[in-house]
Design a protein around this ligand. Structure first.
Ligand SMILES: *Cc1c(COP(=O)(O)O)cnc(C)c1O
Length: 515
């Protein structure tokens, strides 16, 4: 060792005088097989009991910020710990800080389900721990993924010749789709970057998910590179305004890069008029990206398929099985009829990843940002097989029916109103008057509107504090509205009835301010 005390990387490895090499079975190798069997059984029992009793937990965690962090040691243990101790802390400390997305009263954001078959698939993919970066690194990873994206494509009625790849989230799927759009609009950018090139624009509606703007930021367009097209009075992108924005940009020398249509917007689940938008995209030769993160799963229902007409003209399209197809987070499928453009945008193959199979196989690392790829196909394959197309249809249809029944109650109740149409299983509604004695006069405006906003938030907070139901909120045309999403397989009509009773009670108790 040099005098400085810093080991010389070219010298001998540090000797026994600096590293403790005393034999200690607790310090080497993986968990012994018998112990693994015992604890994976315990984990299986824990999971089954948890799901069976999840309704007993308050749906929304009640911890204060920092509570869990401060309850655990600031540094990792020096000595190995027992599984008993770890499970004990899981139950005593971690569980109170969990918000229970699998609770039947979870209606916030978009309600989801980590279903039984999905959980089992996820467990097995952790067991196999493959990294599906190239075909050779585990053929099952690439081939099962090609198969399940084909199955899902057929369930949704998308074109047979589309390529599909699983990403972690819709945000990543949109980033990849829009990177391909950028590559088509600026082929020179792969070598030069986009700085110094003429400005480009991505068109999407004011109701689009923030991930579109984030992708634009990441891809170098900046927020000014996103044109937020206005919507009509049911929150659907206005095609006339879209066309106007494209024409104005072309005249000003701005390159149209992509149009992003949303099928099932996050706030109100509105459907952009995809057939008209696809027509405009074709007319101006602009890449069409479709974000169907939530509502895409509903295309499984033959009776709803007509609403999606036109999405088959997309250049890239995503939907999230982890939203409404009962697959545990994370799983987003990105489709495109132009896999070669995605690959041209991303592919960089270092020597150590070159394989003899060459172009004979798809190496999925070429179709996204990440090199390493989890075996996400396995859980989706379990879900699709276990429920079957009929089972998936039945369950999604049931969710839509339950949501519509809830919406009917809102419509019929004095002092309440729907804030948006209910095409799927998410109801956007509000208390429209303070006391319930006067008839609903709309969300109001000015100070009266702001008082109602506060009243609605107070109602939501009361319901959420109950521990039985969890709702989230949004703003619709500037005014607060509450969102109730049905998407968990444990949710039954009785849960929605209880939630409605709580809402009515909260509306009485959270007394409105008199303006
Ligand atoms: C939920 C949602 C997203 C984001 O999904 P992640 O998978 O969490 O990135 C994007 N777009 C829409 C329309 C959504 O509803």
């Amino acid at each position: 060792m040099p005098e400085s005390g810093v080991p010389d990387p070219d010298g001998d490895p540090p000797g026994p005088d600096t590293v403790d090499r005393r034999p200690d079975p607790a310090l080497s190798g993986d968990m012994p097989p018998a112990e693994f069997l015992r604890w994976i059984r315990r984990a299986a029992e824990w999971s089954a009991e948890y799901l069976d009793g999840v309704e007993g937990y308050p749906v929304l965690s009640r911890v204060a910020p920092g509570e869990l962090f401060d309850a655990l040691p600031p540094s990792p243990p020096r000595r190995p710990e027992s599984m008993e101790a770890i499970f004990r802390d899981l139950d005593a400390l971690v569980m109170p800080a969990v918000t229970h997305w699998n609770h039947p009263g979870f209606h916030g954001y978009f309600a989801v389900t980590g279903s039984g078959p999905g959980i089992i698939g996820e467990l097995l993919s952790a067991t196999l721990n493959i990294n599906a970066m190239v075909w050779k690194s585990s053929p099952a990873g690439t081939e099962l993924e090609a198969l399940v994206v084909q199955w899902a494509r057929r369930l949704l009625g998308l074109p047979e010749d589309w390529f599909g790849v699983i990403q972690d989230t819709a945000s990543t799927s949109s980033l990849v789709g829009l990177a391909a759009a950028r590559h088509r609009a600026y082929p020179e950018a792969r070598e030069l970057g986009i700085f110094g090139l003429p400005p480009g624009r991505i068109y999407t509606s004011v109701e689009a998910h923030s991930s579109i703007e984030k992708a634009a930021l990441t891809l170098g367009f900046g927020r000014s590179g996103v044109a937020k097209v206005p919507v009509d009075d049911t929150f659907r992108m206005r095609p006339d305004a879209l066309r106007g924005a494209i024409v104005a940009d072309l005249e000003a020398g701005v390159r149209p890069v992509a149009i992003v249509a949303t099928l099932g917007t996050t706030s109100t689940t509105s459907m952009d008029p995809i057939a008209e938008i696809a027509e405009i995209a074709a007319e101006y030769g602009v890449w069409l990206h479709v974000d169907a993160a939530y509502a895409g799963s509903a295309a499984i229902l033959p009776e709803l398929r007509p609403w999606f007409k036109g999405w088959e003209r997309a250049d890239s399209l995503l939907f999230n099985p982890h939203k409404w197809l009962f697959t545990p987070v994370d799983c987003s499928v990105l489709y495109s009829p132009h896999p070669e453009i995605i690959r041209d945008a991303f592919s960089l193959v270092p020597e150590y990843l070159r394989t003899a199979e060459g172009d004979e196989v798809a190496n999925l690392m070429d179709y996204g940002v990440a090199l390493g790829r989890r075996f996400r196909a396995l859980k989706l394959w379990f879900v699709l097989r276990y429920f079957g197309a009929e089972g998936l249809e039945f369950r999604i249809r049931e969710h839509i029916e339950m949501a519509r029944e809830f919406a009917d109650r809102i419509k019929a109740a004095e002092g309440w109103e729907l804030a948006a149409p209910v095409p799927f299983a998410t109801v956007v509604f509000r208390r429209s008057s303070g006391t319930g004695t006067e008839t609903g006069t709309g969300a109001g405006s000015g100070t009266e509107g702001e008082a109602l906003d506060r009243h609605n938030l107070a109602i939501m907070d009361r319901v959420n504090a109950s521990g039985d139901s969890f709702l989230s909120h949004t703003r619709v045309a500037g005014r607060v509205a509450l969102r109730l999403s049905v998407g968990n397989l444990r949710t039954r009509r009785e849960h929605l009835e209880r939630c409605w009773a709580q809402l009515q009670r909260a509306a009485r108790e959270a007394l409105p301010e008199t303006p």
